[in-house]
Design a protein around this ligand. Structure first.
Ligand code: AKG
Ligand code: FE2
Length: 322
């Protein structure tokens, strides 16, 4: 892996909450950290993040137990979860990526939502699953809002743009990748998730210790690079909506999952998405002679509808590019 393809690893300190406060001594640390987040989002479109206090080891363990219990349910039970919105319903072993299974749940940081989903899967309840889902999504939502705030501040934008954060909701995705058949495990591996850019603002992913995530570096448009995600790290990914909002300064990285070896992979992620009806509009602060306007204003929901019916790699440019 060449130096430019090294994935940035950031670490947020345990006392992050104190740093966020605006006193001048803490801002000496806060501002450089915001700049590092922005730099990673501009140069790579994603980064690895260590931030123990958001996701202690015990919660990771609880999430993995919870996910195993969910995906071990009979297909018939899992298929009860149907949702008309794209990328939500139980999606199992489809013909394009037969190794992949997933659920997408809207806002399970609300206890009632986590509980409804749990009761649909386990009519007699499953308190430990519900607790893990609710806590994981609440903590990851907090982290996602923090990262959005850091990005805004790195562009010199303060409270007046906080609406961009508040006008977002979330989808929490639970994913399992099956072991590829033995004849497919050698060489290039088997595709677990097709190449794509995320369509939302920011994605925060966690996984078990089975690797598989790959990305195309910003400066090498045709070369896939494997990422080794440490077990205690998050992967933070910039999506198309944030790229558009930033007038193309931030990079929405193309990524995919390739399965090799003989162990199952589990991952879970919080996708922050603009709220129903919210417009994505480049702020005037991000338009200048070096950065002429690249995207027209658009509604996220319209963009998703366009993407779902056209599925193309250059969807953002074709749909909203100027
Ligand atoms: O499972 C992973 O690590 C990646 C998932 C992903 O890229 C997605 O759901 O958009
Ligand atoms: Fe993705």
């Amino acid at each position: 892996m060449s130096a430019s393809h090294q994935v940035p690893i950031l670490e947020f300190p345990e006392d992050m909450e104190d740093l966020e406060s605006s006193s001048s001594s803490s801002s000496r640390y806060w501002a450089p950290l915001c700049a590092k987040v922005r730099e990673a989002c501009e140069s790579h479109g994603f980064f690895l993040l260590r931030y123990q206090s958001v996701f202690p080891r015990t919660l990771r363990g609880d999430m993995l137990v919870a996910m195993r219990s969910l995906f071990d349910l009979p297909d018939e039970t899992k298929s009860r979860y149907q949702n008309p919105k794209p990328y939500r319903s139980y999606n199992g072993k489809c013909s394009v990526v037969p190794l992949h299974e997933s659920f997408g749940i809207d806002d399970p940081h609300r206890l009632s939502t986590a509980s409804d989903f749990t009761h649909l899967m386990w009519p007699h309840g499953n308190p430990s699953f519900c607790e893990a889902l609710h806590t994981a999504s609440s903590n990851m939502l907090e982290l996602s809002s923090l990262i959005m705030r850091m990005i805004l501040e790195s562009f010199g934008m303060g409270a007046e743009f906080q609406s961009h954060i508040h006008e977002s909701s979330t989808v929490f995705r639970l994913m399992k990748y099956l072991v590829p058949p033995p004849f497919q495990t050698t060489g290039g591996g088997t595709l677990g998730m097709v190449a794509h850019t995320d369509k939302n603002d920011i994605t925060i992913l966690c996984q078990n210790d089975v690797q598989g995530l790959e990305f195309i570096p910003r400066d090498a448009q045709d070369k896939w690079v494997q990422v080794r995600v440490p077990e205690d790290a998050f992967v933070v990914i910039v999506g198309d909506s944030l790229k558009a909002w930033s007038n193309g300064r931030l990079h929405a990285v193309e990524h995919r999952v390739v399965m090799r070896g003989n162990r199952e992979r589990y991952s879970w992620g919080l996708f922050s998405i603009p709220k129903e009806g919210a417009m994505i509009r480049v702020p005037t602060e991000l338009i200048d002679t070096d950065h002429p306007l690249r995207y027209r204003p658009f509604k996220f929901s319209d963009y998703i509808s366009y993407y779902v019916s056209n599925i193309r790699d250059d969807a953002l440019e074709v749909y909203a590019g100027i």
